[in-house]
Design a protein around this ligand. Structure first.
Ligand code: MF3
Ligand code: CO
Ligand code: CO
Length: 270
């Protein structure tokens, strides 16, 4: 029998039903709540493995599942990317130092729905350049989300992000992108964080995807270390990233991974 629910567009993008938003809200809200809790863990002297152990324990306590443990051989509940690490940093024994900036990225599965989000944290206080980088990256994500509405295109999202970042003389990473998600972790389309207005697939109500721009203070090029995961800036400049999971509504976007405490950014004040 043909499945009634869930049309797929000609670009291979699933269109979810109105009742599916509730599943994404629950998964996204848990991801956001856990990222809020992590704020209190991040400080000079803690290791990224210790932060990851905390996240693993909390996901279990909530009765949820980590989407990253066992994903393509990845063994941790979070990616923790410190300073010049762009993304997919592997939690380890290295301890945070005063002024380190880090992205913590988690994806939880709740009732089969995926909630994927990441934010920037600071061990102690950030330097001025680091603080500016994080602000620009956060604002770029929000400008991307503002471009989300039925009839706009994925190129409009990328263009909004790229324009904001490059006006600040920073660069958008090209080597990694956002992605569709829902009852799967990674699905079409690739959500590019750069682009030209009016290009790419047209946005439709019921699409679920992430926007997760990575921004470098220096050049955009990255390389992956021998561990097969850790992506770093080639010029070793600082990098930042923020990620939300969103759904396209009749007239805009619903952000599934908003912080219940209003602490998505900044995470280091108060
Ligand atoms: N959460 C990441 C994303 O935003 C994916 C991490 S995959 C892992 O898509 F295996 F590295 F954890
Ligand atoms: Co993602
Ligand atoms: Co993520």
């Amino acid at each position: 029998m043909k499945e009634k629910r869930g049309r797929i567009t000609r670009d291979g993008i699933r269109i979810y039903e109105p009742e599916d938003f509730a599943g994404m809200q629950k998964a996204g809200c848990l991801a956001a709540r856990l990222l809020d809790e992590v704020i209190a863990q991040v400080r000079p002297g803690i290791s990224t493995a210790e932060i990851d152990a905390y996240i693993t324990r909390r996901i279990t306590e909530e009765g949820a599942t980590s989407a990253t443990i066992g994903y393509k051989g990845y063994r941790h509940a979070s990616c923790i990317s410190v300073n010049h690490v762009v993304c997919h940093g592997i939690p380890g024994d290295k301890r945070l130092k005063e002024g380190d900036i880090l992205n913590i990225d988690i994806t939880v599965i709740v009732d089969g729905w995926y909630g994927d989000s990441s934010r920037m944290y600071v061990a102690g206080r950030p330097g001025r350049k680091a603080e500016r980088l994080m602000q620009v990256t956060h604002d770029a994500l929000m400008k991307g989300i503002e471009a989300v509405r039925p009839g706009n295109t994925f190129g409009d999202i990328g263009h909004a992000i790229q324009t904001h970042v490059e006006a600040q003389r920073m660069s958008v990473v090209r080597d990694f992108c956002g992605h569709g998600l829902g009852r799967v972790f990674h699905a079409p389309p690739n959500v590019l964080h750069y682009g030209r207005p009016g290009t790419g697939p047209v946005l439709e109500e019921g699409m679920f995807f992430t926007i997760e721009p990575m921004v470098n203070l220096g050049r955009p090029e990255t390389k992956v270390l021998k561990d097969g995961w850790t992506a770093v800036t080639r010029d070793r400049s600082l990098s930042a990233q923020y990620e939300h999971s969103i759904g396209v509504t009749a007239d805009g976007a619903e952000i599934f991974t908003l912080s219940p405490a209003g602490r998505f950014h900044p995470t280091w004040e108060g």
